[in-house]
Design a protein around this ligand. Structure first.
Ligand code: SF4
Ligand code: SF4
Length: 490
């Protein structure tokens, strides 16, 4: 056998055996230590020897021989060497001068399939919520006096369905969601669109699912029956108990909506049993009692799922959440997250979807190049058929990338994908939370910085704390009830 060719001087060989910590985020659960790898989003549980090596490297790079010597009273030499090799393989450690692992900056393929389309079936609303991104002070589309028709026509809705079926390519499933304004103001078109889409999807041998968001004021028995019979997922925008709801979600004459929506929501939940009915809460400086809101919506109203999101608005508005309040809000989120974990450890459902959604992303090893699917797997359609990044940009000329009749302008879409890629967000390149966050929501960025491609730096502390909390929950489940996580398998 020919002996192996040895290249390099003994100094360079020696340098190869110097190790330093690489890019990861450590977290613990039930005394076990885990590493969340960046940017791959892999999670690894450390054994005793792995922990000891990482601890020893905390103070700076060390030679392999130093590590062996330091740890030889606790671990056999072979075990230390083996563990060094494993840690190198998962890229938790490496040469001190090794380049950082960057997210690949290649763009998704041009024929990336569309899986969700959000139809703004109307831009009219029967409520006048101050913070509304569509009608409020931070609106980006002039829905009231602009050129957009108030209602989407049946023809445009059908063209949108054709667009979705075509753009979903080889995917067997597609999802259509209806948005507004208040969606139920255009109930006739909604009904016809669901029937049309179901028929056309069957002809194309595809499955299409439906959902909508409503403020619940226009629900009535026949609409509820139709939603249930047609298996349309429903999310209700609601902000909490009567004083909260009536302070923020009001009719145009200023009257509160709580007493109107309460019986309708109860009937919806009682009748529509095939899909869990979700509540979507917008948190503002004026309604920050997260625990009270959550309990009211689940225990008293019966919602199975509740998702809470801070309002998108400029910082000087009186309902914008102040930095101190953001901390208090986070504390309450963490309290609910602990409760979520207690339930999960007992194999029980807990409706706080902010945790559920993040745990699912962690479990699936999601490492995003984009803050969300907008402009790629998800598109919004304005009432006139203009195609935009998502429902929040529907009707904004600046963010329109085509029409349902003529298709997407691929050049515009590609420019959007280049500009919004994580590779362009230099502030995010050193952040361990980037696989999950990737700069965040484009609409939030547009409102805060006037630029949808800007990273949402005003939320970094929040995002990192929240992601850390969810990682700890994930670790706790991996330790004590790993079976629970199987529900998130793809
Ligand atoms: S916006 Fe902030 S939290 Fe999000 S990836 Fe960028 S630096 Fe990290
Ligand atoms: S841009 Fe923001 S609002 Fe639009 S889909 Fe993405 S996360 Fe949602």
């Amino acid at each position: 056998m020919t002996p192996p060719v040895v290249t390099g001087t003994s100094d360079t060989k020696d340098a190869r055996n110097v190790f330093a910590l690489r890019d990861f985020h450590p977290f613990e659960a039930f005394g076990a230590r885990f590493l969340y790898m960046v940017p791959s989003a892999g999670i690894f549980r450390m054994d005793e020897c792995g922990r000891a090596i990482l601890d020893a490297l905390e103070a700076g790079p060390r030679h392999q021989d130093d590590l062996v010597e330091k740890l030889n009273d606790r671990f056999a030499v072979d075990r230390v060497l083996e563990t060094i090799e494993e840690l190198t393989e998962i890229r938790a450690i490496g040469g001190p001068d090794a380049p950082k692992d960057e997210a690949p900056n290649d763009l998704p393929p041009a024929d990336f399939p569309l899986n969700t389309m959000v139809l703004n079936v109307t831009n009219k609303c029967n409520l006048a919520c101050t913070y509304c991104y569509e009608y409020g002070e931070d609106k980006i589309v002039d829905t009231q006096y602009g050129n957009q028709p108030k209602f989407m026509s049946e023809d445009t809705a059908e063209e949108s369905v054709e667009f979705l079926l075509k753009q979903s390519g080889g995917q067997p499933r597609a999802h259509l969601t209806f948005f507004g304004g208040e969606t139920l103001l255009n109930f006739p078109v909604l009904q016809k669109t669901v029937a049309y889409a179901r028929r056309r999807a069957a002809e194309e041998a595809k499955t299409i699912t439906f959902s909508l968001t409503t403020n619940a004021t226009l629900l009535k028995p026949e609409i509820i029956r139709w939603l249930a019979d047609n298996d349309v997922g429903v999310t209700v925008s609601i902000d909490g108990p009567k004083p909260v709801q009536d302070g923020l979600r009001v009719f145009h004459n200023g009257r509160g909506t709580y007493d109107v929506v309460l019986p309708k929501i109860k009937e919806l939940i009682a009748t529509h049993r095939s899909r869990p009915i979700g509540a979507r809460v917008t948190l503002t400086q004026k309604n920050l009692n997260v625990l009270e809101i959550y309990r009211h919506l689940t225990d008293e109203l019966g919602f199975r799922e509740v998702g809470l999101a801070p309002v998108t608005t400029q910082e000087h508005r009186d309902y914008a959440i102040t930095p101190d309040s953001k901390d208090a809000m986070l504390q309450q989120f963490e309290e609910l997250a602990d409760e979520w974990l207690e339930h999960a450890l007992r194999d029980e459902h807990h409706g706080f979807t902010n945790v559920t959604d993040t745990i699912e992303e962690i479990h699936k090893g999601v490492s995003k190049a984009y803050g969300c699917g907008a402009g790629l797997g998800l598109l919004g359609v304005a009432t006139d058929g203009d195609v935009s990044l998502c429902h929040r940009f529907a009707g904004s000329p600046e963010h329109t990338i085509g029409t349902v009749a003529d298709g997407v302008d691929r050049e515009k879409q590609e420019q959007f994908l280049v500009d919004h890629h994580i590779a362009e967000k230099t502030d995010c390149h050193t952040c361990w939370a980037r696989p999950i966050c990737s700069g965040g929501c484009y609409h939030e960025a547009h409102v805060q910085y006037g630029d949808s491609s800007h990273a949402n730096l005003h939320y970094c502390t929040w995002v990192r704390s929240w992601t850390h909390t969810c990682l700890e929950i994930y670790g706790a489940l991996a330790e004590k009830n790993p079976k629970f996580l199987e529900r998130y398998d793809a």
